[in-house]
Design a protein around this ligand. Structure first.
Ligand code: FRU
Length: 492
């Protein structure tokens, strides 16, 4: 779809964006649109922003360019939800038209203070990144308050151009912000700032600094506290692959430890990749009123072909996930609210698998599959998804590799990727197989596939652009069986 107007600085407003959306919606083709994942009404979406619970509902803002399905001058789109599954489109929250943000309102976060909702975001102007605030009394219309952290607030050895994605949080009555940054020696960094009132900020310390971000900074830091630990999420640009981990161009990591906000020191105990699939970036978390930590993330990756762009949109979000720590490691499970949308349950038990086992009523592309395999003696045991006569996607355990493989190379659509990535078609993760059993919980949504392995010990997320809707199971090179299978249609 073609943009009907040129983007030029000050002429961007949220109301121009909103009337453009209303007029252009009929041009969007439904092909590959999800049914229960957040995606842009039209145009481009990247990072989730300002994911929070405020004024009685969940808010999901996002990096948004309404006028074309490619990254451009960033707005903040806005959805609200009561359950993380049904998303209500709200008026566009921010447009790049202020004194400091004419080239973009980049990523950031939100916090409620004195009954008002504040957005803290990166304002971009002529290659200069600063941090700005906006405020809303009703959670819908936002008024910009201007820059609150500028490059003069940076420690001397930081580059001035890359300084972004504030994550604001409250501790002991004081506001803090984590920020992505880069040193003059090309080290990726996470900086900590503090403020009594969201307006006056002072630098505390650099809580992480290393050479692992080979192409930039630690983007989009996030933090939550659970089980007496601090968990920091971040998206390091160009993180080097390590064996089967961090195989995407950019990865998202979690670090468990203790953050001393007074001294600005993070004592890290453990670090790992968050998702071992293809399409996962820039996660943010929210604490729900009932105390759960829920994470959302962009279900895409930079430098990839996005086949939906030809239909007028690109980018979507994962199904939000509940996070817990077990033995100091992150476990993920889909938000429990999704279970309210289960329909047409079908169950099987003790099914000996052949090389192509089809089960009656187990098919579809808007489904949840909950399967536990006995891996028997087979070399490969798993499931074919999005299957047609010509195409399929496979998720399976490979005994020789002792890994779970997500293979989308036969989906029927080519995806180009950055030369640094091994490929855009096969990813693998290691899971702990106990008693020769493996559990897979899989959510399909037209062109999205999320796999939770062994109760969320590892996850693999990938977009699948296919023409098929069949499902079959397989065992190759020996025997294996399905111990139990539950399948539901997800209808929203
Ligand atoms: C991460 C990111 C952020 C930036 C935003 C711009 O995907 O590069 O660092 O704020 O996207 O859209």
């Amino acid at each position: 779809m073609k943009a009907t107007r040129q983007q030029t600085g000050n002429s961007n407003t949220t109301s121009i964006a909103d009337s453009y959306i209303v007029h252009s919606l009929p041009a969007i083709k439904k092909t590959w649109r999800h049914t229960y994942h957040a995606m842009p009404p039209i145009g481009w979406m990247n990072d989730p922003n300002g994911f929070c619970y405020a004024l009685g509902k969940y808010h999901l803002f996002y990096q948004f360019y309404p006028y074309g399905a490619a990254w451009n001058s960033m707005h903040w789109g806005h959805y609200t939800s009561q359950d993380f599954v049904k998303w209500q489109l709200q008026p566009t929250a921010l447009a790049p038209n202020g004194k400091a943000d004419r080239d973009g309102c980049y990523s950031g976060s939100a916090i409620e203070k004195d009954g008002k909702l504040y957005l803290m975001y990166t304002s971009v102007l002529a290659g200069r990144q600063t941090q700005s605030l906006a405020v809303s009394a009703d959670g819908v219309k936002f008024e910009k308050l201007g820059e609150v952290i500028t490059s003069s607030d940076l420690p001397p050895d930081c580059v001035r151009s890359d300084f972004r994605d504030p994550k604001v949080f409250l501790r002991g009555g004081m506001f803090y912000a984590l920020l992505g940054s880069m040193s003059v020696r090309d080290e990726g960094q996470i900086l900590l700032y503090r403020s009594p009132d969201l307006m006056q900020w002072e630098y505390v310390n650099t809580i992480r600094r290393d050479m692992l971000t080979t192409r930039g900074i630690y983007e989009c830091p996030d933090i939550f506290r659970t089980d007496g630990k601090d968990v920091i999420l971040a998206s390091p640009q160009g993180y080097e692959a390590q064996d089967w981990r961090y195989e995407n161009m950019h990865s998202s990591i979690y670090m468990v430890g203790m953050l001393d906000v007074e001294k600005g020191v993070f004592d890290k105990e453990y670090e790992d990749e968050i998702d071992g699939g293809f399409d996962f970036y820039a996660p943010q978390t929210v604490r729900t009123p009932d105390g759960r930590i829920v994470m959302i993330a962009w279900m895409q990756m930079w430098s990839r072909t996005m086949p939906t762009a030809q239909h007028g949109w690109a980018g979507s979000m994962i199904l939000p996930r509940e996070l817990t720590l077990r033995d100091g490691k992150l476990f993920q499970s889909p938000v429990r609210e999704i279970e309210r949308y289960r329909w047409n349950p079908v169950s099987y038990a003790n099914v000996l698998l052949t090389e192509d086992t089809r089960l009656k009523q187990v098919c579809g592309t808007k489904v949840e599959l909950n399967v536990t395999f006995d891996l028997g003696t087979a070399g490969k045991t798993g499931v074919r998804l999005f299957k047609s006569a010509a195409h399929e996607v496979r998720v399976y355990y490979d005994r020789a590799l002792d890994k779970v493989i997500f293979d989308r190379s036969d989906m029927g659509v080519e995806i180009a990727c950055d030369a640094k990535e091994r490929d855009a078609y096969v990813r693998s993760v290691r899971v702990s197989v106990k008693d020769n059993r493996l559990a897979m919980r899989i959510f399909l949504d037209v062109s999205g596939c999320e796999v939770f392995l062994n109760g969320g010990e590892r996850t693999m997320t990938g977009n699948v652009y296919s023409d098929g809707c069949d499902i079959s199971f397989f065992a190759e090179g020996g025997d294996a069986s399905i111990l139990s299978l539950d399948k539901y249609d997800i209808v929203v």
